[in-house]
Ligand binder design. Structure first.
Ligand SMILES: CC(C)(COP(=O)(O)OP(=O)(O)OC[C@H]1O[C@@H](n2cnc3c(N)ncnc32)[C@H](O)[C@@H]1OP(=O)(O)O)[C@@H](O)C(=O)NCCC(=O)NCCS
Length: 169
């Protein structure tokens, strides 16, 4: 399978925060943002693999800034690393300032998707080609995150998590 550029999977979704999607402080409800990120990430995974993709894990979410009612929110999802059947997807969330139009980074998340066949069994995906410094950094760190996720899920013995252990040496 031919590897693909990270940019090939880039998925940008811009939407408003409406009443009914907020918490009592009139900021976007966390679960609503998780759902929006999941949708954008699943499209990125599908664009990379051209397969049905399911969410295997939410590896990291940082709600760094509240997103007020009425905000214009942009989500950018792209594959940061492809393994055998799994793909790590990085999602950056931006809020657009109404007057200046400048976008400020508000939140980020990292999801893992797995490409599956019609019966739900994992299938191989193409590799990834990084271009920018940020893409290379995220690619390098992705194996550690995969090992941490597998250890926490009880699917990997900590003693086998060599990349992860190297962090503590
Ligand atoms: C995700 C799923 C397909 C994995 O199936 P599985 O039988 O565990 O398959 P495997 O153990 O071979 O794992 C497949 C890949 O997923 C990765 N994976 C599985 N669980 C993971 C986790 N918690 N974190 C990171 N990666 C994970 C494995 O490392 C493997 O990656 P690789 O092929 O790139 O090396 C299966 O668990 C599933 O269908 N889950 C439900 C998905 C779903 O419905 N999501 C929507 C939320 S309700």
């Amino acid at each position: 399978m031919e590897p693909k550029l990270v940019s090939h999977s880039t998925t940008v979704v811009t939407d408003l925060v409406l009443p009914g999607e907020t918490n009592p402080l009139n900021n976007l409800f966390g679960g609503e943002l998780l759902a929006r990120m999941d949708r954008a990430a699943s499209i990125a995974a599908r664009r990379h693999s051209r397969r049905v993709c399911v969410t295997a894990s939410v590896n990291h979410v940082a709600f760094n800034r509240p997103i007020p009612l009425g905000s214009v929110v942009t989500l950018e999802a792209k594959i940061s690393r492809a393994f055998k059947s799994s793909m790590e997807v990085y999602i950056d969330v931006w809020i657009e300032d109404r007057e200046s139009g400048i976008k400020n980074r508000a939140n980020e998340a990292i999801y893992t998707f797995v490409a599956v066949d019609e019966t739900g069994h994992p299938v191989e995906v193409p590799g990834i080609i990084t271009e920018t410094i940020l893409e290379k950094e995220r690619y390098e760190a992705a194996l550690r995150r995969k090992q941490l996720s597998l250890v926490l899920a009880g699917k990997m013995n900590p003693s086998d998590a060599t990349e992860l252990k190297a962090l503590f040496k």
